[in-house]
Design a binder for this molecule. Structure first.
Ligand SMILES: *[C@@H]1O[C@H](CO)[C@@H](O)[C@H](O)[C@H]1NC(C)=O
Ligand SMILES: *[C@@H]1O[C@H](CO)[C@@H](O)[C@H](O)[C@H]1NC(C)=O
Ligand SMILES: *[C@@H]1O[C@H](CO)[C@@H](O)[C@H](O)[C@H]1NC(C)=O
Length: 484
């Protein structure tokens, strides 16, 4: 019996190992993204040995979130002064301890600051030398400098960007030239340019840098029609815009379309970013406004919720579900049931916005903050399952909803720019009249010194409202009746 028991025990352990190994590859977040990452570090005389050592430690720190391997993130380092020196070829060290050792061993150069030349060197020699079997999904360069370049950086940056290299510029100290950093980095500067007062305080921007690198790895896609806003345009990614009936204005006859099944790995190939803004603009008519359903859900292969936004028409609440790192718990749910959320179920168009940060979540309705709650740390999601929209809670049945926006922005700061303006614009369109309910313009408040606000005429104010609404919402483009 003992032998038999031992045999079973061994078999089960073996199976478990195989299973775990198999599932490991299916978990996704930025650590498992496929990146070629090159650090271009200033080694000019102004830096000095102590600060140069801090810079090295900072590079080690910001790399710690990545899995260093030939499948995931490969790292290369260039140090430059008058000329660039290849310190670590891309992908030479394929484990974190080895890489950390190699970065620590870099010796300080000293000399002038020829940043443009160094960027050119990285573009022409370092990135092309990547030897992975599948090309990296993201090519990212981080330029770390404490001064003004003595050569031209613009041409070098243009050449790098033409090779699909994303450039971050990190300026340290007060000798840096802001316009130079902006001109070398990708757009917008709020995302791609960082500053630290000095190397001694560079650890202050470590979280920001890690977060940005992570976002860049997980969210390489731009939302169509925006000025380089990164995220997931779910209406098109899930082909809702193709498979659902498109209507202008109010209700039209219901259309049944084929079931919509999306594999999560096609929608979120590298999982979810650590922070994001989820936005949905929906109209819930009867009977949908009386049922509990998942507006969106990402399920693992065995049906566990990895991420979900549930609208509860019975209890008039919104629930956010995500993974959690808490032991013995598979997921965590946060419920927003403040009185303010009830309007969502009144059969009119409304925008739900969830600002998700590593430890807290804020719920908005039509750009008005409803409630803020705490969140436990989230762990990576399994992407081998499916992603679904408008499904009855715990069931496969689909509920009919109307939807005009379904997005996930990767930059939490996008929350302030996402202003639910389509709600007013929708009113304007459904009213079947040219008259917009705009109020006459009032005398503006005094502007910056030397400028004072103008009195705006009524027609101007209407025009302005129209323009603002149109440019930020793309309402006409996304006007869908989605029903299955
Ligand atoms: C690196 O990380 C360690 C541990 O979090 C921190 O104490 C240190 O200040 C960081 N150093 C730099 C230069 O960022
Ligand atoms: C709609 O317009 C009104 C007045 O013009 C404004 O007070 C309200 O905040 C707007 N709503 C949204 C969601 O933008
Ligand atoms: C529609 O327009 C009329 C004026 O023509 C206005 O009184 C009414 O409030 C508008 N309705 C909506 C829902 O905006």
């Amino acid at each position: 019996y003992r032998l038999l028991f031992l045999f079973f025990w061994l078999t089960i352990t073996l199976l478990k190992c195989v299973c775990l190994h198999f599932f490991c590859h299916l978990i996704s977040d930025c650590s498992t993204a496929s990146n070629d990452l090159v650090y271009i570090m200033d080694g000019s005389s102004s830096v000095g040995t102590p600060d140069f050592n801090l810079a090295k430690r900072w590079l080690v720190n910001i790399t710690s979130g990545f899995q260093v391997s030939s499948r995931h993130t490969q790292v290369g380092v260039v140090q430059y002064s008058d000329t660039p020196r290849l310190e670590i070829p891309l992908g030479k060290h394929l484990s974190s301890p080895e890489l950390v050792g190699a970065i620590n061993a870099i010796s300080y150069l000293g000399g002038n600051t020829q940043t443009g030349r160094a960027i050119k060197f990285a573009t022409q020699h370092v990135f092309p030398s990547s030897t992975r079997t599948h090309p990296a999904r993201n090519r990212i360069a981080v330029v770390l400098t404490d001064g003004r370049s003595q050569d031209d950086v613009v041409d070098a940056a243009v050449e790098a960007k033409a090779q699909n290299i994303i450039l971050f510029a990190v300026g340290v100290g007060n000798e840096i030239l802001n316009s130079e950093l902006v001109s070398m980095a990708n757009e917008p500067p709020s995302t791609y340019v960082l500053y630290a007062e000095g190397y001694s305080s560079i650890s202050n921007i470590q979280d920001a840098m890690q977060q940005k690198l992570c976002q860049e790895s997980v969210c390489p896609l731009q939302i169509p029609g925006t000025a380089n806003v990164k995220g997931f345009e779910l209406l098109s990614r899930m082909q809702i815009d193709i498979k659902s009936k498109k209507v202008q204005g109010s209700l039209m006859s219901e259309t049944r379309i084929k079931s919509l099944l999306c594999l999560s790995r096609d929608i979120f190939p590298d999982g979810l970013p650590p922070s994001f803004v989820f936005v949905a603009t929906v109209r819930l008519k009867s009977p949908t406004n009386h049922v509990k359903f998942d507006l969106i859900r990402v399920l693992s292969l065995d049906g566990r919720k990895q991420f979900a936004v549930t609208l509860n028409g019975l209890g008039k609440s919104v629930t956010f579900t995500s993974t959690t790192s808490t032991i013995n718990k598979e997921d965590q749910s946060v419920i927003f049931n403040d009185r303010g959320i009830k309007r969502l179920f009144d059969s009119r168009w409304h925008q739900v916005k969830l600002l998700v940060k590593p430890r807290r979540i804020v719920c908005y309705l039509d750009n008005m903050q409803i409630e803020e709650q705490l969140l436990e740390p989230v762990v990576p999601i399994y992407i081998q399952g499916k992603t679904q929209v408008a499904k009855k809670f715990k069931m496969e049945a689909t509920v009919p909803i109307e939807i005009q926006k379904l997005r996930l922005y990767c930059d939490p700061e996008q929350s302030d720019k996402e202003m639910a303006c389509e709600i007013n614009f929708t009113l304007f369109l459904t009213n079947n009249s040219i008259v917009v309910q705009g109020k006459p313009g009032e005398r503006g408040t005094p502007g910056e010194p030397g400028k004072e606000g103008n009195k705006v005429s009524e027609s101007m104010s209407l025009q302005f409202q129209h323009l603002v609404d149109y440019s930020c919402c793309h309402c006409l483009k996304y006007w869908f009746y989605y029903s299955m």
